[in-house]
Design a protein around this ligand. Structure first.
Ligand SMILES: Nc1ncnc2c1ncn2[C@@H]1O[C@H](COP(=O)(O)OP(=O)(O)O)[C@@H](O)[C@H]1O
Ligand SMILES: O=C(O)C1=C[C@@H](OP(=O)(O)O)[C@@H](O)[C@H](O)C1
Ligand SMILES: [Mg+2]
Length: 174
């Protein structure tokens, strides 16, 4: 049994709007697994909303908290939906990979904008000088690098994305 299947977690990574949180719940139901959204763990730990953290303390503070929460996760057989910025922490990604399969929900920039808007990018962890297009390009490299499986999301509703993840997992997870 390799690192991907030994602890049985399924970890969703990708841009905000790619469906990590909503598709994650569908996947957990289909697979009979529990579900964790690490954004909610961050909020619980901080006692504040993610929006507050970014607004008051800046994007670096959110990334730091996110890394701490990810490195403290000690779970098996869960679907784990991460926040879009999780991939900035190599230690956290290595750790998640050691106990699960990393699935990149890959949507184009146009869909990100359609789903989350591009006006203020509130709540997104990004350098103030960085455009959404630049952020997308930077992150695309990181998501692709860490992914065990990449699932394209364009032209698919949430159930169809769920189907595509299940189909993609079949050959790599026992
Ligand atoms: N495949 C899809 N088709 C249409 N809308 C979607 C799809 N996946 C997600 N959405 C919508 O996009 C928004 C962001 O989804 P969410 O699951 O919160 O993404 P993430 O956690 O990756 O930011 C929600 O309004 C959700 O309903
Ligand atoms: O991509 C990002 O920088 C962020 C994505 C959000 O999660 P989703 O990807 O679930 O929307 C949340 O973690 C936070 O607002 C920062
Ligand atoms: Mg989410």
């Amino acid at each position: 049994m390799d690192h991907q299947s030994s602890s049985g977690n399924l970890v969703l990574i990708g841009m905000p709007g790619s469906g990590k949180s909503t598709v994650g719940v569908l996947l957990a139901k289909r697979l009979g697994l529990g579900f964790i959204d690490t954004d909610l763990l961050i909020q619980e730990q901080a006692g504040r909303t993610l929006q507050d953290i970014v607004d008051q303390d800046g994007y670096g503070a959110l990334r730091h908290l996110e890394e701490q929460v990810l490195l403290k996760l000690d779970v098996r057989h869960k679907v784990i939906s991460t926040g879009g910025s999780a991939v900035y922490s190599a230690p956290a990604m290595e750790y998640l990979r050691s106990s699960g399969t990393l699935v990149f929900l890959d949507i184009p920039l146009e869909l990100v904008i359609e789903r989350i808007g591009d006006h203020s990018m509130r709540g997104i962890s990004r350098r103030p000088d960085q455009s959404l297009a630049e952020l997308f390009a930077e992150r695309f490299q990181l998501y692709s690098f860490w992914a065990d499986l990449t699932v394209p999301g364009a032209g698919r509703n949430q159930e169809q994305v769920c189907d595509a993840v299940m189909a993609g997992l079949a050959p790599i997870v026992q």
